[in-house]
Ligand binder design. Structure first.
Ligand code: FAD
Ligand code: NA7
Length: 538
């Protein structure tokens, strides 16, 4: 057994979102470790601290977008609408942090610039933007998979004289009420913003690159008694969520669209359209929408028909109608396509009419029109999953950086650990589960806590071998290739960032199967984290 070297902390947690908050609580309050959390933002909340754009909300339904670990708090915390919006989620996370008195152990306004593993002492040195550095035996990175912003480099971007913002860096003092607003991007964020901005802006110009499939969210106030009813069923609800695929709180369909007739498909799609929710439409209707081209086309055709029925101007309807498979993260909104019937909303297809440059007054498109704007909003998404890792100088064994280690593509074992970086554990690292994320975060944080318990008991570092990691990458790739998702370009495969290599970034096998793998690894005494040499010591 190696000697334990003195360190400033036992563990450092990076990031104060859902992941970092729970991890700090578990390590400090359950294992009794000395833990320090660092967060570059000036507040806790992660995603929900940063994303304050009008319309920002979760598209996981309210009961399931929260922690499940605290039965008492589940009974205390209320919600009033089918989906919780950003201010409410932030309020919820603030309340969790206060409930467990975690604030004092999170150092805000502090970016982690580098993480370096010292092989002699088997400790990590964490260098901070404040100029300080601290040491710890364990590092848990909960950096967020949708947190490193993607800002396209459009000519003239610096010349714009109005306000130019990315949705994930929305300033508190910016109101779009009565303003001429332009938005680039129509993903989950862009469509949420568009629905909200159409009500506030005097004129809204939407610069759309790809047309999107969006189904109704079904948002609205909860029915009287609904919250109490849900609260009385929370134990069975979480049981169901943990044992499902996408973990969105509904039972995934077991019926194939390819096995029923057209009338039945129509009935099921219409019922899902009336119920609302994007993941429900893709996974609650039939079990083959994401894997069978025929089933996918049936769902896509249904949505395309709805667009034609909703949007009055035929040319606008044509531009809004997607032609590619329905195989990106499913979107849902309240009356998304309807906003294009409003006089103050204009759609510009930048596929057919590209942006030439940003000017001091607005956006110039290839047809020679200068779209004059007071505010230009980039809803252009994120350098997802590994983006924030590559912004930190992370060095493991032999001084190898994570950037070099992930030269081909970002990889890991279980989305949790990567070879050559001992005692470094990731929450939602590459090839973690693609689900409603809070239940997956909980599964990972609880597993990391068990790993650290094991390391504490044995005094040895935990790490995975390259072979273990490669095998997991292969598993993720095999599952992804079985789906239609690789057929469209999106952040799920790193396809949204110019120059980023397309690769599998998620385990698409679902939460139940993922938890099954975690349970197996635990049952085997966490041998997969022994990297060979640990076996005899344990
Ligand atoms: P985050 O909440 O992203 O927190 C990571 C934190 O790490 C950030 O605060 C960041 O500042 C900090 N950080 C990063 N690098 C450093 C550094 N070097 N030093 C210090 N601090 C650092 N998921 C769902 O399941 N359902 C939804 O409906 C849903 N809606 C979403 C809507 C939007 C607009 C966005 C952007 C994301 C949404 N997500 C949704 C995904 C969401 O990110 C996760 O559900 C969850 O909030 C992730 O929590 P996290 O703690 O892993 O990461
Ligand atoms: P997304 O889903 O990556 O969407 C980004 C949007 O921005 C999408 O419509 C892109 O078009 C568009 N985009 C990206 N780069 C450009 C450039 N250079 N020019 C024009 N348009 C561009 O990000 P979101 O923030 O909406 O959602 C990410 C996740 O966060 C989401 O799933 C939720 O979980 C929350 P494209 O479709 O690629 O043609």
């Amino acid at each position: 057994m190696s000697t334990t070297h003195p360190t400033d902390y036992d563990a450092v947690v990076v990031g104060a979102g859902f992941g970092g908050i729970y991890q700090l609580h578990k390590l400090r309050d359950e294992l009794g470790l000395r833990v320090r959390g660092f967060e570059k933002g000036s507040g806790i909340g992660g995603t929900w601290f940063w994303n304050r754009y009008p319309g920002a909300m979760s598209d996981t339904e309210s009961p399931y977008y929260r922690y499940s670990f605290d039965d008492e708090f589940l009974q205390e915390w209320e919600w009033s609408r089918k989906y919780i919006d950003q201010p409410d989620i932030l309020r919820y996370l603030e309340a969790v942090v206060d409930r467990y008195d975690l604030r004092k152990d999170f150092q805000l306004n502090t970016e982690v610039n580098s993480l370096a593993f010292d092989e002699a002492t088997e400790t990590w040195t964490v260098s901070l933007s404040t100029g300080e550095s601290v040491t710890a035996r364990y590092v848990v990175t909960a950096l967020g998979l949708l947190a490193a912003t993607n800002m396209p480099d459009i000519p003239g971007i610096d010349t714009f004289e109005g306000r130019l913002v990315h949705t994930a860096e929305w300033p508190d003092d910016l109101s779009i009420e009565g303003k001429r607003v332009g938005v680039i991007g129509t993903g989950s964020t862009g469509t949420q913003f568009i629905v909200a901005a159409a009500k506030q802006a005097s004129h809204l110009t939407v610069f759309q690159r790809s047309a999107q499939y969006s189904v109704p969210s079904g948002n609205g106030p909860v029915e009287p008694g609904e919250v109490d009813e849900v609260k009385s069923r929370f134990p069975e609800i979480w049981e169901q969520v943990r044992n499902s695929g996408v973990a969105f709180g509904f039972q995934e369909s077991t019926v194939a669209a390819t096995e029923v007739d057209e009338a039945e498909r129509e009935r099921v799609f219409q019922a899902a359209w009336d119920r609302g929710n994007g993941f429900y439409f893709m996974f609650g209707t039939f079990n083959d929408i994401a894997v069978s081209a025929e089933a996918n086309e049936a769902a896509a055709a249904f949505i395309r028909r709805k667009i034609g029925e909703i949007v009055k101007d035929p040319e606008t309807a044509r531009l809004l109608t997607p032609t590619l498979p329905y195989a990106k993260r499913p979107l849902c909104n309240h009356n998304y396509y309807h906003v294009y019937n409003q006089d103050n909303v204009e759609l510009v297809s930048i596929k057919e009419n590209p942006i030439v440059e940003i000017t001091p007054n607005g956006v110039l498109t290839a047809d020679g029109v200068e779209h004059e704007l007071d505010v230009l909003v980039f809803a252009t998404g994120f350098d997802a999953v590994d983006g924030n890792y590559r912004r930190i100088d992370i060095r493991g064994r032999g001084g190898v950086s994570v950037d070099e280690h992930w030269k081909e593509a970002p990889t890991s074992y279980l989305g949790l650990a990567t070879a050559g970086f001992p005692n470094m554990f990731m929450v939602l690292g590459p090839n973690g589960p693609f689900t409603n994320l809070v239940p997956s975060i909980e599964a990972q944080v609880e597993f990391i806590t068990k790993l650290i318990t094991k390391a504490e008991q044995t005094g040895r570092v935990l790490e995975v071998t390259q072979e273990t990691e490669d095998a997991w990458t292969e598993t993720c790739k095999t599952i992804a290739d079985f789906t239609l998702f690789p057929k469209t370009d999106s952040w799920i495969f790193g396809a949204n960032i110019p120059g980023k290599k397309h690769s599998v970034l998620f385990y698409l096998g679902g939460l139940a199967a993922y938890r099954g793998v975690l349970a197996e690894v635990e049952a085997n005494g966490f041998d997969a984290f022994n990297a060979g040499e640990f076996v005899e010591a344990a």
